[in-house]
Write a protein that binds this ligand. Structure first.
Ligand code: TRP
Length: 445
């Protein structure tokens, strides 16, 4: 049998979970989703979703993980519900696809560390991004990113991860504050803030069928929910720890970092005259590229910024890869090292189309964030709400939270969360099929 490690300190667990949550989802995906979905309208729905659905959903994963002390697939068996293994299996598949495109974007970030030092993108940030985001350059950096991620999982160095996260989180906050102050001084600041902060409720009412699913997908993605990553992490927490409190710290920190990124990116985009709705996956790179070009010492600042984002991305990528590798180890009883090499290679190959043609980025990204994560979360919510009878008891361990609150959580999981996630799933499935399979819209809304 394998010896199971357990987190030495409460902070160790929180750090690792924060390392998983804070990543490209906050700094790259959040601003471009916000731009695509109308700015403030998206921000508002996103924040509502994070607190009303994301936070309680994180507790759903924590309950399964701590109770079973297993990876997502083994967990169901351990709890006595062997048939539910499929829910964990969806997670493993999702992890596989997410990492395939995540690594390509991680490769861009790495590329921008060097490109900042040489100032390569300073003259024409948009042109530079287009040149390196596809083709052999992108492929090379995708390979390096995957090699680094696979290497860390291969070595199994948890301590290295904890240390990296300890440095990464404060540096990212400090850099974002600094860049936020700079953005405040720009002439586009006011337009940027108003775009980001004053929601048009008429627009929300009209566009909710696209804003809600996008916000839900972003919330699950950024909190690492829906595929069992948080089941895996919480499987190492002791019974005397307060799951609600830890979950709240992780969710708050993750949200603060995403929201801060918006305060940097939007003023800059308005200053250099880029429509935030049109930036797409390049938004962060082109927007910040323009900023570093205009800042004294922009070379150093850009390099430090992208290096920090790279660390954030790697610590998240590890958590995604761990889900697949630990499944392979447990299921096929093969050596960790062989599993890490085989899985990393397969994920690298799956990412090749994305590196060669950015079109595939959206296909992979939307399949996972819009369809597979809500689908996985839906099953986890059904399981914890209706099938598994001891969820409330597990959540109440290690806390003095009143029984009433725990009960309220359970009923929230049972009905409102279940219905909202189901709605999101149906809307997303339609949107995805219309967009990529060419079928006619079939919903009456
Ligand atoms: N949350 C990470 C980010 O924002 C990405 C991530 C890590 C993830 N593990 C995950 C997303 C599990 C979904 C599921 O960058």
């Amino acid at each position: 049998m394998f010896e199971r490690e357990s987190w030495a300190t409460r902070i160790g667990f929180i750090l690792a979970a924060v390392g998983s949550a804070v990543g490209l989802g906050n700094i790259w995906r959040f601003p471009f989703q916000t731009g695509q979905e109308g700015g403030a309208a998206f921000l508002l729905i996103y924040l509502l979703f994070i607190f009303a659905i994301g936070f309680p959903a994180m507790l759903v994963e924590f309950v399964i993980g701590r109770r079973s002390k297993r990876n997502p697939i083994g967990a169901f068996k351990k709890l006595g519900y062997d048939k539910w293994k499929f829910a964990g299996a969806i997670g493993v598949l999702t992890a596989f696809i997410i990492l395939a495109f995540y690594s390509v974007v991680g490769g861009w970030v790495l590329r921008y560390v060097g490109a900042s030092i040489t100032g390569s993108y300073f003259a024409e940030p948009g042109v530079y991004f287009n040149a390196i985001s596809m083709g052999y350059d992108a492929l090379l950096f995708h390979a390096i990113f995957m090699l680094a991620t696979g290497g860390i999982v291969y070595l199994g160095i948890r301590r290295g991860i904890e240390l990296a996260v300890k440095i990464m989180v404060p540096s990212i906050v400090i850099l974002l504050i600094f860049l936020g102050i700079y953005a405040f001084t720009l002439e586009g600041a006011i337009s940027g803030y108003s775009y980001y902060l004053s929601p048009d409720f008429g627009f929300i009412a009209e566009e909710w069928t696209s804003i809600l699913p996008a916000a839900a997908g972003q919330a699950f993605f950024t909190l690492s929910l829906g595929m069992g990553a948080m089941i895996t992490y919480s499987s190492y927490i002791d019974e005397d720890k307060n799951l609600g409190k830890d979950g709240a710290s992780i969710v708050s920190l993750d949200t603060i970092i995403a929201v801060m990124t918006g305060f940097v990116v939007f003023p800059i985009l308005f200053t250099i005259g880029i429509d935030p709705g049109s930036g797409g996956p390049g938004e962060l790179f082109v927007g910040l590229g323009g900023a570093f070009a205009g800042l004294p010492g922009g070379e150093i600042l850009g390099a430090i910024f992208f290096l920090t984002v790279f660390i954030a991305a790697i610590s998240s990528a590890i958590s995604i890869l761990e889900v697949v590798v630990s499944y392979i180890i447990d299921n096929f009883r093969i050596d960790r090292k062989i599993a890490a090499v085989a899985v990393s290679t397969a994920i690298f190959l799956t990412g090749v189309p994305v590196a060669l043609d950015i079109y595939w980025l959206e296909v992979y990204d939307e399949l996972t964030a819009l369809v597979l994560l809500p689908l996985g979360m839906f099953f986890l919510v059904v399981f914890v709400g209706w099938v598994y009878k001891e969820a409330a008891e597990e959540l109440s361990k290690g806390t003095d939270t009143s029984e009433g609150i725990i009960k309220a959580w359970l009923w929230h999981v049972r009905i409102p969360m279940l219905l909202i996630i189901l709605l999101v799933l149906i809307l997303n499935l339609e949107q995805y099929l219309v967009e990529y399979a060419g079928i006619e819209p079939f919903l009456p809304i």
